[in-house]
Design a protein around this ligand. Structure first.
Ligand code: BGC
Length: 352
């Protein structure tokens, strides 16, 4: 069995664009530990007790800043923004003006562009070994988006083995916004094979089908009778190779499920029989995006083992992808004077 430890702070100390980078660690009363870095306001590790009381690192990532800088997959654990997920053709209009963004995913703009929030060094403030606030001011026009945007991302580790992430933002001009956390989970332990043996539950009746560029078609499909029906617990492996068009288009799961659950009820769950660790996800965002790590390959993670295809999965709480171009989707517009607020809770329990 792998013995998991948090990375060392000294391996995260450096300078990027004239800002110092750090590793911050939090521990709760139940012995759970997490590590965060200001580079990308990201979650580096989460050591969670398993059914034997051993600590398992359930987050994919690297043990140094250098690891994150040279990774093939740049979004491990990061805050993705200003607009996580895709904007078709890297273009949208707001108040009659067209904005052009970097096309960093075929013709799409993905996760805020080439130098999205995941590449920024955020300011930080740590409170009582319990909570970390990260701050970033994104200048007007950054990566093509209008308005100066002030963003705060708060991570809290509770004594109930929950990681609560709160996003807040204000803008000085009308803009669009979609923020998420992009942690990859492996409840067997990072680097410990793939996640196909995880039991997944998603309490959603509907999902957004994608076109060949992975942009929502604008339709809303029922999960009934499809590979996307996770209303009853189901192994991730069950339908991941289905011949259904929607699975083929994304080479696995990479889809947004509509969230109609109140924040007090989990919209999604994942469970590993191997460790007994169950993850529950609570959010007030209108979607939960399941990404089954279809494009992971080649990165060597903290454990020294490679992260291969399906080596981790993401439950990204977010707005509908491409909303700036799909006006029938819930609005992602943020006006001066308004405060954007959203929350996601990742809660870990043992289920024997
Ligand atoms: C997207 C995937 C993408 C991945 C990149 C996910 O949020 O939905 O399509 O490949 O991020 O890390």
């Amino acid at each position: 069995m792998t013995t998991y430890k948090l990375p060392l702070p000294k391996d995260f100390e450096g300078k990027l664009n004239n800002k110092n980078t750090h590793l911050i660690t939090l521990t709760n009363r139940a012995g759970m530990q997490i590590a965060l870095t200001d580079y990308g306001a990201r979650l580096v590790s989460a050591l969670v007790p398993d059914k034997n009381g051993d600590l398992i690192d359930v987050i994919l990532g690297f043990d140094s800043i250098q690891g994150y800088l040279s990774a093939v997959e740049p979004y491990h654990g990061a805050t993705a923004g200003r607009y996580c997920n895709r904007i078709a053709k890297g273009k949208f209009s707001l108040e009659g003006k067209e904005y052009t963004l970097a096309q960093n995913n075929g013709t799409n703009s993905l996760h805020g562009g080439i130098e999205g929030f995941h590449t920024r060094v955020w300011d930080r403030q740590v409170s009582f070994n319990k909570l970390v606030n990260f701050y970033y001011v994104s200048p007007d026009g950054e990566e093509g988006f209008p308005g100066e945007l002030k963003t705060t991302v708060t991570y809290e580790l509770t004594n109930f083995n929950e990681i609560i992430i709160r996003f807040r933002a204000i803008s000085d001009a009308p803009t669009v916004l979609n923020l998420t956390n992009h942690a990859y989970f492996n409840l067997n332990g990072e680097g410990n094979g793939d996640v196909l043996n995880h039991v997944i539950t998603i309490r959603s009746e509907e999902f957004l089908p994608l076109d060949e560029n992975q942009i929502p078609t604008g339709e809303v499909f029922s999960v009934e009778g499809t590979a996307f029906d996770f209303r009853q617990p189901k192994l991730l492996a069950t339908d991941i190779n289905s011949q259904e068009e929607q699975i083929q288009v994304a080479s696995g799961y990479d889809h947004s499920f509509i969230n109609n659950q109140p924040i007090s009820e989990p919209i999604a769950k994942a469970f590993s029989k191997e460790t007994g660790i169950e993850l529950q996800v609570f959010t007030n965002e209108p979607c939960i995006h399941l990404y089954s790590g279809n494009f992971l390959s080649d990165d060597e993670g903290k454990s020294g083992r490679k992260y291969l295809r399906y080596g981790g999965f993401c439950f990204e709480a977010q707005h509908y992808p491409d909303s700036p171009n799909q006006l029938e989707f819930p609005s992602v517009r943020l006006d001066p004077g308004d405060v954007f607020e959203s929350e996601v809770r990742y809660k870990f329990t043992i289920n024997k």
